[in-house]
Structures are given as structure tokens and as C-alpha cells.
Design a protein around this ligand. Structure first.
Ligand code: TXA
Ligand code: MG
Length: 329
């Protein structure tokens, strides 16, 4: 199969619609990472997503809709706090989990009676979703366990020959996946952290819980228990106050002939004074935006990536550290 990469315009949208209506899959940009989309009503199409990615079949998908789509056709009652949150943050990088109405294919939620809904803010994503006017089930558009894609080129690297079309909407500026919020209880609970932080949610909803997955527990967001986000080279992660140790390892490994790169924020890169650096940038939004980009850049040039955690660990960095820890495991 030939994989086309096309900028978003009338022609590529018409092709995308034709593919989706015919039961195929299309990669689309979003403001977080690229998604691999299929018609959520079409079981065979949804199953193709799992096949293409090599995704475990107990890891449910998020359904993406355009901003005017009638959500009441997909899910049961939306609680008052969820309405407030939707008003404050949508369209945007926040996925909300509700009781499902059971109207989309059962394959989407892998047998759960809930459904995760996301209204992305990316202009290209909105155009595509509006054009097809269907709920689109979409995981990140990478091969399962690999680093999530933030450019059309990343998607091409992973899925060339496996899908027909990649809609190219430029770099995903957010850079890490959406915050997932359980909205089935009396108050919202974060299942996966992201750019919409616990503090931001609590400010609107009054309170916000956070679910922390530990090995052996029943995972509320089943995807959280799997190995994830891993580059195709050795990785190791040091705490922000372990820079000396990190530099020592850098020198040892370089001395042994390995191509070693230090992955860290701008401040640490200045302190480290080593030659090969994958610089994540200065502030938390830059670091999130560049994380997957730099991990993918790194795997192409390094035998070993030595990551050093940024000092700041709250807010957006909760989501960044969650990904970085998994990437370096
Ligand atoms: O930013 C994003 O969310 C990106 C873009 C493409 O929208 N999508 C994404 O999808 O990250 P994926 O499949 O890589 O991650 C989906 C996560 C998984 O951890 C999955 O277990 C969880 O969402 N999930 C999906 N449906 C769920 C449900 N009904 N209840 C709890 N967790 C759910
Ligand atoms: Mg993913």
C-alpha cells in the first residue's frame, strides 16, 4: 500500500472522507500528538487500528468529535462539573470519560461501559472531523510502545505502507497526549496527566482527584499499565540533582565508543558542558512540546540517551515526567 502525505485542503479532505466511509483509517494531526482515526461506528475499521498499531485489545480508544457534534448521541448524562470544564477547556487537550450510550462500536471501549470523548482544538483536526461528521476513534498514530508522533513525518516513519493517508497539519505544538479525566463520579479524577493540569481542573470544578497507577492494580485507563513511549535505543533517566552522575556516565560511555546524548532542559544543558545535547527548551510548555520530537531525533543518532529530569515537577511537568519515566524504563 502506498502511503500519501497530504496537506489539508478540499481535495485531501474529500479523499480522507472517502477512505473513512469505506472502512479505512486516516492519520490526522491534533494539538497534542497525531492520531490514527477510523469511523467509531464501524467495528471492522476500529479493529484495523488495533491490527496496524499492534495494540493490545484491552486498551480502549478515545473518540474524537468536532465542536458542534451532539455528544448526547454518544454518552449518558454529562454532570454539571463536566459542563463547566468543557466550557473552560474545550476544544482542547482534555479527554473526558462518561457512561457510554453504547451507540459506537463495542471495539472502541474494549468492553468497558464508558466512553472517552475528545474535542481537539487543532484547526486541521476540526476541519477533518467536521468534513466526515462522524465520531472518529483514534489512538496515537505510532506503532504500539514506540514514541508518540508529533509530526506527519513521525507517522510516516512508523506506518509507511500500512495506511493510505496521512493528513499533514504541521507540528503538534502541545507535544504530549491529552489529559484524561474520569467524569463518571461525583467529582473529576485524572486518569492520565497532560497539558490541562490538576490545578486548572480543580479551579473550575472545585476539586480534582488523581489516579496513580501501581503495578498489579486494576488500571482505570488501561493504557497506563503498558510499556510506552520508548525510543529504539538505550535510555537512562537521572533526577535533576544527579547531573554529576549523568555526566560521569556520559563520559564513560563516550569513552567506550558509544554515541551518547544528554536529554535535558536548557538550564541543565548549560551546566552539563557536554558536546551532544538534545535540548528540550526553557519552560514547561516548551519541554512538553519538544519531548517526543527530541526522543525521536535521539533514537536516530544515539546509542544511548541519558535523560536528566527538570527541577520543576508540578503542573504540566507531572505529565512530562510520567512520559519520560516510561520512555526510560
Ligand atoms: O492526545 C490524545 O489523547 C491522543 C490524540 C490522538 O488525541 N490520543 C491518545 O490515544 O493518546 P491513545 O490511544 O494513545 O491513549 C488513549 C488512552 C489509553 O491510556 C486508554 O487506556 C485510555 O485513553 N482510555 C480510552 N478509553 C477509555 C475509557 N473509556 N476509560 C478509561 N480510559 C480510557
Ligand atoms: Mg498512545
Amino acid at each position: 500500500m502506498k502511503t500519501q502525505v497530504l496537506k489539508i485542503d478540499e481535495d485531501s479532505l474529500a479523499l480522507a472522507k472517502w477512505i473513512i466511509e469505506g472502512g479505512g483509517v486516516v492519520a490526522m494531526p491534533t494539538e497534542t500528538v497525531y492520531g490514527l482515526g477510523a469511523n467509531a461506528f464501524d467495528t471492522a475499521a476500529v479493529e484495523r487500528i488495533f491490527e496496524i498499531k499492534g495494540r493490545p485489545n484491552d486498551n480502549p480508544l478515545i473518540v474524537h468529535i468536532h465542536k458542534d457534534y451532539d455528544i448526547s448521541t454518544l454518552v449518558e448524562d454529562v454532570p454539571e462539573y463536566a459542563k463547566l470544564l468543557a466550557k473552560a477547556f474545550l476544544p482542547g487537550p482534555l479527554t473526558m470519560v462518561y457512561e457510554s450510550k453504547g451507540t459506537v462500536s463495542k471495539a472502541v471501549s474494549c468492553g468497558l461501559d464508558t466512553l472517552a470523548i475528545r474535542i481537539p482544538s487543532h484547526e486541521g483536526a476540526q476541519k477533518f472531523l467536521k468534513f466526515v461528521n462522524l465520531p472518529i476513534a483514534a489512538p496515537s498514530a505510532n506503532v504500539s510502545k514506540h514514541v508518540s508522533p508529533t509530526t506527519a513525518e513521525h507517522v510516516f516513519t512508523d506506518l509507511n505502507g500500512k495506511i493510505e493517508l496521512i493528513l499533514d497539519g504541521g507540528k503538534s505544538e502541545g507535544g504530549i497526549e491529552s489529559t484524561i479525566l474520569d467524569c463518571t463520579g461525583d467529582f473529576p479524577v485524572i486518569l492520565r496527566s497532560g497539558l490541562i493540569t490538576r490545578e486548572m481542573i480543580a479551579q473550575v470544578a472545585g476539586e480534582c482527584g488523581e489516579y496513580v497507577y501501581k503495578d498489579g492494580m486494576r488500571a482505570l485507563a488501561p493504557g497506563m499499565k503498558y510499556k510506552h513511549y520508548s525510543p529504539n535505543c538505550r535510555t537512562v533517566l537521572f533526577d535533576f540533582n544527579e547531573l554529576e552522575k549523568a555526566v560521569k556516565l556520559y563520559k564513560e560511555e563516550s569513552g567506550n565508543g558509544a554515541r551518547v546524548y544528554l536529554l535535558c532542559d536548557d538550564k541543565t544543558s548549560k551546566e552539563a558542558k557536554v558536546e551532544n545535547v538534545l535540548n528540550l527548551g526553557k519552560d514547561e510548555n516548551a519541554i512538553a512540546s519538544n519531548l517526543y520530537l527530541k526522543l525521536r531525533e535521539g533514537e536516530n543518532i544515539a546509542d544511548l540517551i541519558i535523560a536528566v529530569a527538570p527541577e520543576k515537577q508540578d503542573g504540566v511537568m507531572v505529565g512530562v515526567m510520567n512520559r519520560l519515566t516510561k520512555a526510560c524504563r
